[in-house]
Design a protein around this ligand. Structure first.
Ligand SMILES: *Cc1c(COP(=O)(O)O)cnc(C)c1O
Length: 411
């Protein structure tokens, strides 16, 4: 078998790749980049070859860190799909039916992420199956269509709804919402994780939608676990519900789920691939995303969620006890109520005793070998283990202990 160095040498003798690698690869980078022993010599270490370092993800599901890792059976489904042709619309229909069964909704489809589902679902409420309108979106004739949202539910992804040309109408409370409904209203948008902040909570929101015959859309992108959320909001009566595929479900990062009413999912599919002249054409999913998303979902609902929770909890506790042994350090086990609802750890310290700032700890962890990414605030760092490989947990605990202890003032 070839050694890593031989592979690299061979690679760089190829004109194209050699040019690509020549400028950026150093021996140190090569040595530093591979920290996992399963990357045996002879395998391509592509990221390394590009001069990149892989990281231990103790942050959670962040798009900038590439989300989650697809489990082996999901990767197998991806590979299977990559090797066969199939009629794409038929695949969406058949996979959608299975997905809808799992989510206990009338219908479902695979989208290019939750943000894509927001666009396709909104577009569906505007155009229905009207081909002319689908082609014309977002510049329809007549007054701008309106989507009602509670002020406290405005969020960083609502561009995905606004890009259909609608106007977001902010309201506070039941009375304002009912006054805001008019003949231009196409949808009512709900951000699931903002439920506790809104004056109108989920069930009442659904009730108001039904009363005024306006479709309701619930964005639950980061809201599994718990697994029950996959059907809870469909059963509650939301007309559209989305989840990210590449967060807790560990499907492709380039995929998401859109559940909903049959007529709306039909209309949403018409805004999407393979149809060319549509708002969703640039949000392509191919057979790999559709199949791997379905397989990821099936895998996820069949997991032993209790055992998984216990595993995460004990992983957090092991990092917690490693950090706790440094004098002046305080740790707190916590679980966010909704969105990223997983065992998490907050670590803070008395900076007179442990003389390093959270930002410095974050930086040192990032620059270490292997590199570790954690969340950092002004007063603490925080982390989760659910996106880590099990064998990384001990190392993270040791590294944090080492850093904090090393910064302890000598008396
Ligand atoms: C992550 C997220 C999105 C975007 O999801 P993608 O699957 O990355 O498109 C949308 N809304 C909320 C609330 C999210 O957390």
């Amino acid at each position: 078998m070839l050694s890593r160095r031989q592979v690299l040498r061979q690679l760089s003798s190829l004109p194209l790749i050699g040019g690509l690698l020549g400028g950026i690869l150093t021996d140190e980078a090569t040595a530093a980049a591979s920290h996992f022993t399963y990357l045996d010599d002879g395998y391509h270490d592509y990221f390394n070859e590009l001069g990149l370092r892989t990281v231990i993800n103790a942050k959670g599901t962040y798009t900038s860190l590439t989300g989650s890792l697809m489990p082996p059976e999901v990767q197998e489904a991806w590979d299977y799909a990559a090797n066969h042709y199939v009629e794409l619309t038929d695949l969406q229909d058949k996979a959608g039916r299975r997905i809808a069964e799992i989510g206990r909704s009338e219908a479902a489809m695979v989208t290019a992420g939750a943000a894509s589902a927001l666009t396709l679902g909104t577009a569906a409420t505007i155009t229905g199956t009207d081909e002319e309108k689908i082609r014309t979106l977002p510049n329809l004739d007549g007054p701008r269509r309106e989507v009602i949202i509670q002020k406290s539910h405005r969020f960083g992804y609502d561009h995905a709804v606004r890009n259909t040309g609608i106007k977001l109408v902010e309201v506070e409370g039941r009375e304002e919402l009912e006054e805001a409904v008019n003949e231009n209203t196409v949808m009512m948008l709900f951000l699931n994780k903002a439920n506790p902040e809104g004056e109108i909570q989920d069930e009442e929101f659904v009730e108001l939608g039904k009363k005024h015959d306006v479709p309701t859309f619930n964005d639950c992108a980061a809201d599994v676990p718990p697994v029950e959320h996959l059907w809870e909001y469909n059963e509650m009566g939301f007309d559209l519900v989305t989840f990210s595929g590449g967060k807790g479900l560990r499907g492709p990062q380039s995929a998401g789920l859109l559940f909903g009413r049959e007529d709306l999912i039909e209309a949403a599919k018409l805004q999407h691939v393979p149809y060319g002249n549509t708002i969703g054409r640039g949000m392509k999913v191919n057979k790999e995303e559709v199949l791997a998303m379905l397989v990821a979902l099936e895998r996820y609902v069949n997991l032993d969620h209790e055992a998984q929770w216990e595993r995460w909890k004990s992983q957090i506790e092991s990092i917690q006890s490693a950090a706790d042994t440094v004098p002046g350090v305080e740790t707190e086990y916590y679980v966010p109520d909704i969105a990223n609802h997983v065992p998490s750890l907050r670590i803070s310290w008395d900076q007179d005793q442990v003389q390093i700032t959270p930002a410095e700890v974050q930086q040192r962890l990032r620059e270490g070998h292997p590199s570790i990414e954690v969340n950092g605030g002004s007063e603490d760092i925080s982390l989760t283990t659910w996106m880590m490989r099990p064998e990384e947990v001990r190392f993270v605990g040791e590294r944090i202990h080492q850093l904090l202890e090393g910064a302890t003032a000598q008396s």
